[in-house]
Design a binder for this molecule. Structure first.
Ligand SMILES: Cc1cc2nc3c(=O)[nH]c(=O)nc-3n(C[C@H](O)[C@H](O)[C@H](O)COP(=O)(O)OP(=O)(O)OC[C@H]3O[C@@H](n4cnc5c(N)ncnc54)[C@H](O)[C@@H]3O)c2cc1C
Length: 388
């Protein structure tokens, strides 16, 4: 038993989530992958069991659990061969409404989200021209009486077709009229049901893996002024506030991926006999699996440290960023070892390895790429000069 397991307060949650996931085996995900379908039944099952409302306070109908419980849920989903990407955004986007929304907004949205009658799965930040340079985004929301008129475009807005609400980041004051580039951006709750086809167009993007991602166009889309979250012009701060939670949750998913790949590798390396002996007896096969395991364990400790600091209300940007980078790299090392261990069979769809291989790769790019994490560490942790 590892020290993490000995002290794991969420062992029961892990066990229950694993049982739920067992109802959604590889075959379920393979079928969806082929048609780029949305795992509606899986998301329903998670919602009905209350897992997607883990972080919503009890007064709004959620479970009021700490971030580490949400991390345990997502890690278990991934370690079971399932994919939390279909619904993970709900866990961290909701935090923006909880921390910065008005009482009326919390009452209007959180109980429905907790009950599963309202889906908040879409997060519109990235744009085709600005990329990682978020403060250069061009989507503009112009105040007109009691509403905002939004024009612009987003890209990679995942799950938009399977969500009722979108949290949108748009500029409300032109960049040349603000002192700092981080000012003049605002966050809105967009009820996509009311504007679809009336200023809002969603187009699916077929991607490397089944991620239900889209591009979105705003053409004079009207958003009621009451849907502005917090103060106008402070939206970038609100989004930044949620990023540590997002990074820690994604790290947990990568840890789960690494565990899934390693378990598959170990089982196969013990069973597969070539040249009259199990292939795992060859150090050339065993060592990459062992190395990836060590990488995963190190990253897992850092995820734990980040979660503990987050829950204690301490700064955790350093830990959350490092955890995200190292966990994604550990998952990738475990994926590589798994492919190599399985030889040709890794490429057969029925083994699920090629699917998980494609899915695990994303987290070195999104929601933030490795270079940007290294930039953060260089500048904010090590005090090196800002590079951009
Ligand atoms: C499947 C998928 C789902 C996504 N879902 C969402 C979503 O739901 N909502 C959302 O808002 N976004 C989403 N994204 C967008 C994702 O967050 C971005 O793709 C990611 O942040 C990288 O931005 P970019 O693609 O514009 O890359 P760019 O910013 O164009 O960067 C390209 C490369 O250059 C590097 N680079 C850029 N500038 C520097 C620098 N100064 N120093 C060093 N290296 C640099 C980057 O690290 C990267 O490797 C998703 C992306 C994908 C692929």
């Amino acid at each position: 038993m590892t020290p993490t397991e000995r002290t794991d307060p969420h062992a029961e949650i892990r066990e229950e989530v694993a049982k739920l996931c067992a109802r959604f085996p590889g075959e379920y995900w393979r079928k969806l992958d082929a048609v780029r379908g949305y795992p509606t039944e899986f998301v329903h099952a998670l919602t009905e069991s209350g897992y997607l409302a883990a972080l919503i306070p009890e007064e709004y109908g959620g479970a009021g659990l700490p971030l580490s419980a949400a991390a345990a849920i997502l890690e278990t989903i991934h370690a079971s061969g399932c994919n939390g990407a279909a619904c993970h955004a709900q866990m961290y986007i909701m935090g923006t409404i909880l921390r910065h929304g008005s009482d009326a907004q919390k009452q209007a949205y959180l109980p429905g989200i907790a009950a599963g009658t309202l889906r908040l799965q879409a997060f519109g930040v990235t744009e085709p021209t600005s990329g990682t340079d978020t403060t250069s985004l061009r989507t503009f929301a112009r105040r007109e009486g009691d509403r905002y008129i939004v024009n612009g475009q987003k890209v990679w807005t995942s799950r938009a077709e399977h969500s009722d609400l979108m949290l949108l980041l748009a500029r409300t004051t032109p960049r040349d009229q603000v002192k700092s580039r981080t000012e003049g951006l605002s966050t809105f709750i967009v009820d996509m049901r009311t504007v679809l086809g009336k200023g809002l167009t969603i187009r699916p993007i077929r991607a490397m893996m089944n991620h239900n991602t889209t591009e979105i166009f705003f053409d004079n889309m009207a958003v009621p002024a009451e849907n502005l979250v917090g103060e106008e012009g402070r939206g970038f701060r609100y989004i930044l506030d949620g990023m540590n939670a997002e990074r820690l949750l994604i790290s947990a998913e990568s840890i789960g991926d690494a565990k899934w790949f390693t378990e598959r590798s170990v089982n196969y390396a013990k069973d597969r006999v070539v040249f009259g002996r199990p292939i795992g007896q060859n150090q050339g096969v065993a060592f990459p699996i062992a190395r990836a395991y060590a990488q995963m364990r190190a990253a897992e400790l850092l995820v734990g440290e980040g979660l503990a600091r987050f829950e204690a209300g301490l700064p955790c940007g350093e830990q959350a960023n490092m955890a995200k980078m190292l966990a994604a790299e550990a998952a990738w090392a475990a994926a590589e070892a798994c492919v190599q261990t399985h030889g040709g069979f890794a490429f057969a769809e029925e083994y699920d390895i090629e699917r998980k291989f494609r899915e695990a790769r994303l987290y070195q790019v999104a929601p933030i790429s490795t270079n940007l994490i290294l930039s953060y560490l260089a500048e904010h942790v090590l005090g090196l000069p800002r590079s951009y």
